[in-house]
Design a protein around this ligand. Sequence first.
Ligand code: NAD
Length: 286
Amino acid sequence: RGKKAFIAGVADDQGFGWAIAKQLAEAGAEISLGVWVPALNIFESSYRRGKFDANRKLANGSLLEFAHIYPMDAVFDTPEDVPPEIAENKRYAGNEGYTVSEAAEKLARDVGKIDILVHSLANGPEVQKPLLETSRRGYLAALSASSYSLISMLQRFGPLLNPGGAVISLTYLAGARVIPGYGGGMSSAKAALESDTKVLAFEAGRKWNVRVNTISAGPLGSRAAKAIGFIDDMIKYSYENAPIQKELSAYEIGSVAAFLCSPLASAVTGHVMYVDNGLNTMGLAL
Ligand code: NAD
């Protein structure tokens, strides 16, 4: 039986979410997506116009397809959480049922049970500000979009996971070590995500017999990373200082995600897996 996956955090073919979708599809999984509402129109039209076709080719010659594409905003759990200024915003109006609970209800209706849940999203409105200059509002927004969103998703999608299923998220070294420039509480959000991975692995393991892991990825020039502003420097730094001197491909993260979600990793849970050419191990750059 082919596995079924739901991936939140794909809005183009440049980020980790896309690469994970592709590697899971290579392994035979059926993929459904939750796409951030403001990015949905452009994603769907680009997809239809063939803009992603070069990156859709699978090894067997077929093209990556998505079973379902749902609008989702991971900062809202239920319809009551959506403030009027969002509901009436022109990028949200016309979309329905985009809170986490409603996206899970749609997936349950259309797909039923799933095997794999992927959280590949983050947002920190003040990411360019040092922590010392971050507002309470910006800090809490970073935690809401980037950390609590995993808890919210597991609460609602967890009951859809088959026993033996797997959950993964994406984290960054800045949650464990100081990375100047990764501000706005995003470092705090990744620290929370890594700690929550352990607690959720315990709770969801006991409750549904599913595994929860996070991948700490090296730098990639995705759309989100470009918004931070220093990604080219980070890629160069990694190239110069990591044990393996090569640029990181998003598909390398996709492959490890496929492994972590497969029975090959049936005893791996609560783990922070570094996929970064080994950069995290270095104490002194040479
Ligand atoms: P990306 O831009 O491809 O993905 C981020 C996605 O999050 C986008 O699709 C965006 O639409 C979505 N998103 C933002 N706010 C949302 C919300 N409220 N609800 C639903 N979706 C929302 O960039 P990426 O770099 O592939 O990011 C994916 C994950 O990888 C993030 O958790 C990021 O922190 C992590 N990561 C990235 C790097 C890097 O260097 N790019 C390194 C380590 C970890």
